[in-house]
Structures are given as C-alpha cells and as structure tokens.
Design a protein around this ligand. Structure first.
Ligand SMILES: C[S@@+](CC[C@H](N)C(=O)[O-])C[C@H]1O[C@@H](n2cnc3c(N)ncnc32)[C@H](O)[C@@H]1O
Length: 302
C-alpha cells in the first residue's frame, strides 16, 4: 500500500527555544543571493527544527539540507522518522491509546508515565521504540521540557495535559517524505563544516546564554554550553566567514554578544518565549539575530 501525504511537514516536538516566532525576522535577513538559486542549508543545533521545516516547505530550489545536534536521543528520533515512519507510528498509536484510556485516573496515568520514563532511561529498547518513547515523553511531560541529569537521565515530571496528541501520523509521514534529501548528523556543531559547499547557508540556534543565573535553562544535554563554548562558536563563525559561507545566528540579548560579534551585523528582534515555568517571564523579550551579511558578488571582487 502506498501512503500519500501532501501535508506540509512541521516540527513534531515541543522544544525550548523553538524559533517559530522569529521566522519573519529570519526571512528578512536571509542572504537572497544564496537562497534564490540552488543552495545547501545547514543547521548545526537543530533542536525541534522550526527553521528547518520552514526552509523545507518554502524553498523548492533547496538542493540539500544537513542537520546536526549533540543530543543522541533527538537525532535517533529524526533518523527513525526518516527511515521507519510506519513502524514508529504503530508504536506511538499503542502508547497513545494506552495513555488516553487512563484519562480519568490521575494515579494510573502517573504510574504509566513514570514507567515509560524509566524504560526510556535504560536505553535498551530498539531504536524505533526509543524514538517513540522520546516523542511520548515530549508530548506528555511538564511543558514539553527536555532536561536530563548528569547521568543523561530524562528527569522531567508528568505534565497536566488532558488528552495530548502523542501520535500525529499524518505529520510523521509528511516529515519522512520531506527528509528524503537530508543528511542527519549527531555530534558537535563543528563537524558540519565538511558539508559546506559553494552556495551554503548556516543557521545557528545554540543553547542561549542565560540572561541571569536564575533564568538559566541550559539542560538540553548532559554537557553545559558555557561562555567558552559561545566563544568557540564565534570562532567557528569567523572561520565560515573567511571561507565565504553565509550564516545567521540567534542568541540572547546580552552585551557579551555585542562585543563577541562586533565585526558582524547585529539586530535586536522581538521573540515571544513559550517555554518558561514562570508565567511572568513568558512575555515579549528581545533576542539577537546576527549575520555575516555575505554577498557572494561583493566578496569575490576583492
Ligand atoms: C536552542 S536549542 C535549538 C532550538 C531549535 N532551533 C528549535 O527550533 O527547536 C539548542 C540545541 O543545541 C544542542 N546542542 C548543545 N550543545 C551542542 C553542541 N556542542 N553541538 C551541537 N548541538 C549542541 C542542544 O541539544 C539543543 O537541541
């Protein structure tokens, strides 16, 4: 049986720092010289991929996309969707039916959730089951957070959604179809350099530097992304600039970055944060959108 889907693929996870709100500003800052012809798109910190999906749906002349993230469970989920969407859907359907059948009984729901969380943390199931558990936890946990302890154990408590969608089969098939010409990598952001070709655009959305120590939300992975890492990323961006590759980068609105990226173009844009456990901090915030404004024609003149 051939399953057809014409639906636009969209992010299948809730993820801290999801970039849907910034897409208008990102669109205005794109280097048109690059995106108007065949180009390669590279996203080294893909997370839930809000910008990736927007690019896949809006640029038919995209030649190839390369995505990367250091989170192995996340990348296993991307690969499973690309390679075994139907197997994944059938496991998710069972998880969804079982979870929804407990709707009336909070205690049973909780023990089901914590049993699946424990199973996920053993990391002994086969890859498609691990991917399904990852999506299940993301849809049912508190605020869709991803947080692990130093032992890489997912430790977010259950959320309070009544009947969350755990299996969106139509979207999984649409994502799988959209992923046919995509390279999916797992590791440090620097490894993406070897995939850059002549007409390449990078979009970086690294873990943000916290506005202050108490607002810190930096636990996407067991390794911390501290100031030294932010500096290593800037050095990588400078290297891309020297190699004539175009990039855009977002980060938090801090003077630290004005100094770090002083030789590049820095804009302040409005971003509405949707994942914050403190409702008072869910308002409008400014973020930085930094670009190297590469213009291929101009650069090659020198
Ligand atoms: C701000 S999130 C990206 C959000 C994403 N743009 C979205 O729309 O959901 C940052 C991502 O960087 C990943 N990460 C952290 N350190 C990394 C590293 N050294 N190399 C690659 N990815 C890393 C985290 O796992 C996380 O998924």
């Amino acid at each position: 049986m051939r399953v057809m889907t014409n639906k636009n693929a969209k992010p299948f996870l809730k993820w801290a720092g999801g970039k849907t709100q910034l897409i208008c500003d990102i669109e205005k800052s794109l280097p048109k010289e690059i995106t108007k012809s065949n180009f390669t798109y590279i996203e080294p910190f893909v997370g839930s991929g809000a910008v990736l999906f927007w690019i896949l749906n809006n640029f038919p002349n995209l030649k190839k996309a390369v995505i990367n993230d250091i989170n192995e469970d996340l990348i296993n989920t991307y690969k499973t969707i690309a390679e075994k969407p139907k197997e994944l859907i059938s496991i998710l359907e069972v998880l969804q039916d079982e979870f929804h059948s407990l709707e009336e009984n909070e205690d049973l729901k909780k023990s089901y959730y914590y049993q699946k969380r424990g199973l996920f943390n053993l990391r002994k199931e086969e890859r498609s089951v691990q991917a399904a558990l990852f999506i299940f936890l993301n849809r049912t946990c508190f605020n869709g957070l991803y947080r692990v302890n130093r032992k890489n154990e997912f430790n977010v408590p259950m959320g309070s959604y009544k009947k969350p969608t755990i299996c969106d089969g139509e979207n999984i098939l649409a994502v799988s179809k959209a992923f046919q010409n995509i390279e999916i990598l797992c590791g440090d952001f620097e490894q993406t350099l070897s995939y850059a070709k002549e007409n390449t655009l990078f979009y970086f959305d690294p873990p943000y530097k916290p506005l202050n120590e108490t607002s810190s939300f930096n636990s996407y992975s067991k390794d911390e992304f501290n100031d030294d890492e932010q500096i290593r990323l800037r050095n990588f961006c400078s290297k891309l600039d020297d190699l004539n590759h175009a990039w855009l980068l977002s980060n938090s609105n801090l003077n630290f970055f004005d100094a770090l990226y002083s030789e590049f173009s820095i804009q302040r844009v409005e971003a509405k944060r949707s994942i914050n456990s403190n409702p008072e901090k869910r308002g409008i915030l400014k973020e930085l959108l930094i670009t190297n404004n590469i213009n291929i024609n101009e650069k090659t003149l020198y």
